[in-house]
Design a protein around this ligand. Structure first.
Ligand code: PLP
Length: 392
């Protein structure tokens, strides 16, 4: 099919819930994508942080194929090796104790919220179920994770929303204390607010937050759906903040492009969710877990160091262009935000760049770059050349 035929068919039969760019993608290689007519795009988006290993990775596809031939699905009523092995690796590499596997980020966060409320219910009984989240955060699109999301624009249309969330400004312990009370069971944060604009939390604040949570027996819930799995240059971003959350959610890059997510619990929280209290049919699917095992093989410590270096290289390259529409860059590793100067609109900049062959994202009022973690310096240079040509 041609791009135009795909777009026409999609418009007719797929619900219009996405503000799609006018591009159809057919295949990819490394950090390059191609439309059906063969037009090339440098990809600074990795499918919103999912395709960590880029495209056309044969070893990844082989791992999926081999597992698919052996066992595609059997349900969580039975044990399977890929699930058990992936859980072991994640725990060993993070110091966490056990894992629950799910399918998407919002769903993983639902599990994290359920765990926090059950922890508190088991220990203190009813009436201590409130979770404090941060203003400008994003935690998902289910009814509950929309409420957890600290942005008013998401609290619309779908009333009634789930009760039991209060919001505090990021990086302010006084704001957190003002939102606190005897009904609080947990605080939930993204260490780098992704959709909100790629805004890393202040490390001092995070340390104080962890201490305050421990003092009050509030669970510290870290949403690493976007910032996890190597994106910021460590397997999880909490490892660079030198804290151990009580529960941490992950998704996006975990299986390199297949739908998989989950939560990691620390020792204190390992037994909170018991048989019958949480489940999902597709969770820990063997094919997704086999893909996840291959992703873990690639994400060695040396590879993660390179993610940090490439992130710095890309940020330095952007700042050296002195583009009139851009201010400073920010972020960690290959999770990069760019300020957009007054008088320019991020969506218009994105449209221009995409038409010129560079796929980019927006976040808040700025730009957001989440290239595949395997992107090469040549591919970064090709992207920088398009930025220069298009925006100078
Ligand atoms: N949490 C964070 C921090 C995210 O960035 C996202 C998605 O972008 C989600 C949760 C929701 O994930 P999903 O779209 O897989 O449900």
């Amino acid at each position: 099919m041609t791009s135009e035929e795909i777009k026409a068919l999609d418009s007719q039969y797929v619900m219009h819930t996405y503000g799609r760019f006018p591009v159809a993608i057919d295949h990819g290689e490394g950090a390059k994508l191609y439309d059906p007519e063969g037009k090339e795009y440098i990809d600074f988006t990795s499918g919103i942080g999912v395709s960590a290993l880029g495209y056309g990775n044969e070893a990844w596809a082989d791992a999926i194929f081999a597992q698919g031939k052996k066992l595609g699905h059997v349900s969580n009523l039975f044990y399977t090796e890929p699930c058990a092995r992936l859980a072991e690796i994640l725990c060993r590499r993070t110091g966490m104790s056990n894992v629950f596997f799910a399918n998407g980020g919002g769903e993983a966060n639902e599990g994290m919220i359920k765990l926090a409320r059950k922890y508190s219910f088991d220990k203190y009984g009813k009436g201590r179920a409130t979770i404090i989240t941060l203003n400008n955060s994003f935690h998902g699109r289910t009814i509950t994770t929309l409420t957890a999301t600290g942005q008013d624009s998401f609290h619309n249309y779908f009333f009634p929303f789930t009760e039991g969330f209060r919001y505090a400004d990021a990086d302010s312990i006084p704001a957190l204390k003002a939102a606190a009370g005897g009904d609080v069971c947990a605080v939930m944060v993204e260490l780098v607010q992704g959709e909100g604009g790629v805004l890393p939390l202040d490390p001092h604040y995070v340390k104080d937050l962890a201490d305050l949570c421990a003092e009050n027996d509030w669970l510290l819930l870290v949403d690493e759906v976007q910032s996890g799995v190597g994106r910021t240059g460590s397997l999880f971003t909490f490892q660079q903040y030198d804290i151990l959350p009580d529960v941490c959610s992950f998704a996006k890059g975990i299986a390199g492009g297949l739908p998989m997510s989950g939560i990691l619990a620390n020792e204190k929280c390992r037994s909170v969710l018991t048989p019958g209290t949480h489940a999902t049919t597709f969770g820990a699917n063997p094919v997704c877990a086999a893909a996840g095992l291959y992703v873990q093989e690639v994400l060695s410590d040396a590879f993660l160091e390179e993610v940090k270096e490439k992130g710095e290289y890309l940020r330095d390259g952007i700042e050296a262009l002195h583009l009139p529409c851009f201010g400073k860059t920010r972020g960690m590793g290959l999770m990069i935000g760019i300020e957009v100067a007054d008088g320019y609109k991020n969506s218009e900049i994105a449209q221009k760049l995409i038409a010129a062959g560079l796929l980019v994202l927006t976040a808040g009022a700025g730009m957001r770059l989440l290239p595949p973690l395997v992107i090469t310096k040549d591919e970064i240079d090709a992207g920088l050349a398009i930025l220069k040509q298009t925006l100078s």
